[in-house]
Design a protein around this ligand. Structure first.
Ligand SMILES: [Zn+2]
Length: 389
């Protein structure tokens, strides 16, 4: 088997599960959060930094790497691990989401998507076969099929057409795989329509994929819709294969989805918000550019063990951001990733001892309490969330 997956514990009062996913570049303890290194870099951080905050697996993006540096360069240097100096596992997204959310002047047909490069204005075709070819050149441990990502608010007929094309593209991706050592995950679509999600899961799980992802969430859906679909869809996926919730989300999103039995996550939020000056802490979000931080002679988070919190005060971070110094976003990125990865480690420990449901309830209550108590000071906790990846 390409990607041996061992489930070692399941929670008693939720569907949370503990597992180990064995890749060519080491084991991943699940549930796991993947740090987003879209362009073969987690912006501002080097691999040693990522290891220091506990990163186990990185996510890179086929769409961006196709445009620059291009697959030929990866073939020449022997793949992404050597190129970026990261020896751990890498998952590549197929580019499907970026085609639908970012690409300009694009045309989508049964063959694939053609679009104009933001680098040199050349036209490119990204088909299911081409996406697999590029991901093979990149040399990721886990590849994703190219999928069609409609807005969750689209008409049901539009969502159905996108789902059916996603299925046909998934079969073409399977047929296009040339390196049997690289795992390939399918992506369940179907918007927030339960019967479509069921149909999609039934179709894809009948095929020999190494894992299954839930796509098309956090694209216009509400949090209750997202939680409902995540719970009902995760239950439709085979227990013996890893499950990946794509592009979601906030710490409460992760806590809910782990309880639904999801194993893998990625989200740009911790790094994206770090560059805007927002930190996730155990007592709610902190915006270091606010004047309240200017003279705050204390760390971002008293209970955090990261190097930023051990070495620097809020006042210093405020100063760095006010001066536009690149050390500011770098220190916040380290802290935010540490915050996310520590949350995952705590979740794994709670599942190991069968107490995940009560752990998650306590964490969610604390987050809710802090976000509400800070709302008058810091604005809505949701007003940072409208970021593209
Ligand atoms: Zn910290």
């Amino acid at each position: 088997m390409v990607l041996p997956f061992l489930v070692s514990a399941t929670d008693t009062r939720s569907s949370a599960r503990r597992g180990t996913l064995q890749t060519r570049h080491g084991a991943i303890e699940t549930p796991a959060f993947m740090c987003v290194g879209t362009r073969a870099t987690v912006t501002g951080l080097e691999p040693a930094d990522l290891r220091a905050v506990g990163a186990g697996i990185l996510l890179a993006n086929t769409y961006h790497l196709l445009l620059r540096p291009g697959p030929e360069l990866f073939r020449r240097v022997g793949g992404i691990h050597r190129f970026m100096g990261w020896t751990g596992p890498v998952l590549t997204d197929s580019g499907g989401y970026q085609i639908f959310s970012l690409a300009s002047d694009r045309t989508i047909s049964e063959k694939g998507a053609t679009f104009r490069s933001y680098v040199d204005r050349q036209r490119h075709l990204l088909s299911p076969e081409r996406s697999i070819e590029i991901q093979t050149a990149i040399g990721s441990d886990i590849m994703m099929v190219l999928d069609v990502c409609p807005d969750a608010r689209a008409e049901e007929s539009t969502i159905r057409k996108a789902m059916e094309r996603t299925h046909r593209w998934a079969l073409r991706s399977l047929a296009a795989r040339t390196n049997p050592e690289q795992a390939l995950f399918a992506i369940v679509q179907g918007g927030v329509v339960p019967k479509l999600r069921q149909e999609s899961a039934a179709f894809l799980t009948a095929q020999p994929f190494d894992g299954f992802a839930l796509g098309g969430l956090a694209v216009g859906d509400t949090r209750p819709e997202r939680e409902e679909i995540t719970h009902s869809s995760a239950a439709l996926l085979p227990a013996e294969r890893p499950r990946y919730l794509m592009g979601v989300g906030t710490p409460p999103d992760l806590l809910h989805a782990i309880g639904a039995g999801i194993d893998l996550f990625d989200c740009v939020l911790p790094t994206h918000l770090a560059w805007q000056g927002t930190a996730f802490t155990s007592t709610g979000r902190v915006r270091v550019k606010r004047s309240a931080c200017a003279v705050a002679d204390k760390p971002l988070d008293e209970s955090c063990a990261c190097s930023t919190c051990r070495g620097f005060t809020r006042a210093y971070l405020h100063h760095l951001f006010k001066c536009g110094e690149p050390l500011g976003p770098r220190l916040l990125s380290l802290h935010n990733l540490h915050h996310y990865l520590a949350l995952m480690a705590e979740a794994r420990a709670a599942i190991d001892v069968g107490s995940y449901a009560s752990f998650a309830r306590a964490k969610l209550a604390a987050i809710d309490r802090h976000e509400h108590s800070e709302r008058s000071l810091a604005g809505s906790p949701l007003d940072d969330l409208d970021d593209p990846s």
